[in-house]
Write a protein that binds this ligand. Structure first.
Ligand code: TA6
Length: 290
């Protein structure tokens, strides 16, 4: 119930069992598809996504680590390397190793890992191990495990940058963020409070902080639940009709059918990872009955 195949330059790993199907590529450890048995894909991938390894595949669940968004030298320190700091960290640009593929009861799990290499060392000077464990069971569980293998603490921000496939993004209702403070990137990160259920705007680009619970996406004909642990931020992004034009790997109209709702630790929810310490952030996805 595990199949390896090639798509253009990328290696794909497809898990299949009684609970459905999940596909991940070793490039960036990006999960690209999750289809619960009898259902349809929860994840969106762009029709014009690039599979040649030159950039992250646009869609699925890119891994943003060890920083989310732009590199913040005030928090993370002036790194001795002077290379350009890629947006959302380096992990999603790298080729990961397949560490294990196994059955756990009736679930199927694949674990991918990343350790320093020549290209990472140009962008970040610390020793680490980053792992992503994807478990296809009754729910889909994604664990992002960061380990500090250096002799000093460093600061981490991160996200599982999940692109959900939805019938209609503008106006889409998302429950679970009521009462939460968010910072709006489209308004210079000004703070606001989410008073009611969220109705997704296109465009929107907001980081909800100190939010530890689940969200439920009220898609047409189905509810999608995203739960998480050790994640204190939830990020919601849609580029909108104008913004989408800046993305060469996203056809203009498709912003209407995707929304990023991300489990993360961003802005003030970043944390120090002590020398020798390990941090596990978990996200679970499932379709729930109405
Ligand atoms: O998570 C939201 C965000 O940071 C947006 O600001 C937007 O730029 C998006 O991610 C996509 O980023 P990317 O680097 O993948 O083009």
């Amino acid at each position: 119930n595990v199949r390896f195949y090639q798509r253009d330059q990328l290696v794909m790993i497809e898990l299949n069992n009684r609970y459905g199907q999940a596909t991940v590529t070793t490039h960036g450890a990006t999960l690209l598809s999750y289809i619960p048995a009898g259902g349809s894909d929860l994840l969106w991938v762009s029709d014009t996504a690039i599979y040649d390894g030159s950039k992250p595949v646009r869609g699925g669940v890119p891994v943003c680590w060890p920083w989310f968004g732009a590199y913040d030298a005030s928090k993370m320190g002036a790194d001795p390397t002077d290379a350009v700091k890629k947006a959302h960290g380096f992990a999603r640009y790298e080729l990961w190793e397949v560490e294990s593929v196994e059955s756990i009861g009736d679930a199927t799990q694949v674990v991918l890992s990343l350790t320093p290499n020549a290209s990472i060392e140009k962008a970040w000077s610390h020793d680490f191990k980053l792992s992503l464990a994807i478990t296809l069971g009754k729910q889909l569980t994604v664990e992002l495990i960061g380990e500090n293998r250096s002799d000093q603490a460093w600061y981490v921000t991160e996200a599982l940058h999940t692109y959900f496939k939805v019938a209609q993004a503008p106006g889409l209702v998302v429950e679970g963020l009521e009462g939460i403070t968010y910072y709006d990137k489209n308004q210079d990160f000004a703070p606001f409070t989410q008073t009611d259920r969220l109705k997704v705007q296109a465009p929107m680009d907001c980081v909800y902080v100190d939010h530890i619970g689940a969200v439920v996406i009220k898609d047409q004909g189905r509810d999608i639940k995203m739960d998480k642990s050790n994640s204190a931020s939830t990020i919601v992004w849609n580029p909108g009709a104008e913004g989408v034009k800046a993305f060469a790997d996203m056809p203009d109209g498709q912003y209407q059918h995707m929304v990023c709702i991300e489990a993360g630790n961003a802005l003030q929810n970043g944390y120090e990872l002590a020398a020798g310490a390990r941090h596990v952030m978990t996200m679970t996805l499932e379709e729930v009955a109405r």
